[in-house]
Design a protein around this ligand. Sequence first.
Ligand SMILES: [Zn+2]
Length: 211
Amino acid sequence: MSALQVLKAAPHTDGQRAAHHRHPGPHPGPRRAGALCKVHWVPSHIGVRGNEAADEAAREATRHPAVALTVLPSIQGAKVLARRAAICAAEQQYRQLVQTSRQAAWHKQATKNNEPLRPAQQLSRAEEVVLHRLRLGYVTLDELRDGFEERPCEHCPHMTPHPLSHYLLSCLATERLRQCVGPESAAALVRQFQKNLPLLLEVARAAPPPR
Ligand SMILES: [Zn+2]
């Protein structure tokens, strides 16, 4: 439909108003000023052989049955898909690990299913290492040795077969922490401590966790 046909089909009898109705350009000035606006049809492409052929080809194409094409994703789309697949695979692997690995189960409990830690302050490398170890529920070197039964705590007179659990649950050096959170399993306590990182770091600096 040509522009003139559009204007003619418009509900306005006034051609000027119809032109503005259909083509609300950035310059409404003439209408406000009461100027007369004339629209002329120009036979620009009528009868041009190539143009007629292009029009006919376009009309012909609309009569073809619809074709469903598989469009490959863009690079950005492919990256998003790959990222989702990687996250999905990692989560699946994590779920399997939690079933079989004591440290993964600890990490799940200590981080509330991998909830990221958001410290309110910039931590030193040593402090980050301490927090990371607590979240992983690491095993001390002594526990890895054959025949290990128990070892003395570095901060109180206790002998313990589970140095980290003792440090978190019953060591005198960390008593201040437990007063804030209440008795829970060692891994759950780590999660609770993270709500008050400054206190946790203060205690860990004065009395480092067992290694
Ligand atoms: Zn102790």
